[in-house]
Design a protein around this ligand. Structure first.
Ligand SMILES: [Zn+2]
Length: 105
């Protein structure tokens, strides 16, 4: 079986969002990748790039930084889910309360 372009895209979805990490030509990059010299706008992006593109060359420190960033991201997502759930619950509660109030009065 041959691996076509469509499957490549599925296996490496990061190519779709990669432009977000590109630094515009008129901007001085904050930092560059120590392995492939690619410019980045912030340390955070390099940390991600190292973990995704150079997992084999990472030092222990760089790997730890990548793991940290990933955990932060997961925590942010969890916080968002909790907030969304609480908002939905509160909306439901308020409407139920108003409904009861209208029928009691
Ligand atoms: Zn690189």
């Amino acid at each position: 079986m041959t691996v076509g372009p469509a499957l490549d895209l599925e296996l490496y979805p990061k190519t779709v969002t990669e432009y977000e990490y590109d630094v515009p030509a008129d901007e001085t990059p904050a930092t560059t990748c120590p392995y492939c010299e690619r410019p980045f706008r912030s340390e955070r992006y390099v940390t991600y790039h190292l973990g995704v593109s150079h997992p084999e060359e990472l030092t222990d420190d760089e790997r730890a930084a990548f793991e940290d960033e990933r955990e932060d991201e997961e925590f942010d997502l969890l916080t968002f889910h909790v907030k969304a759930a609480v908002t939905v619950f509160m909306t439901y509660f308020v409407f139920t309360f108003l409904y009861a109030l209208v029928w009691a009065g």
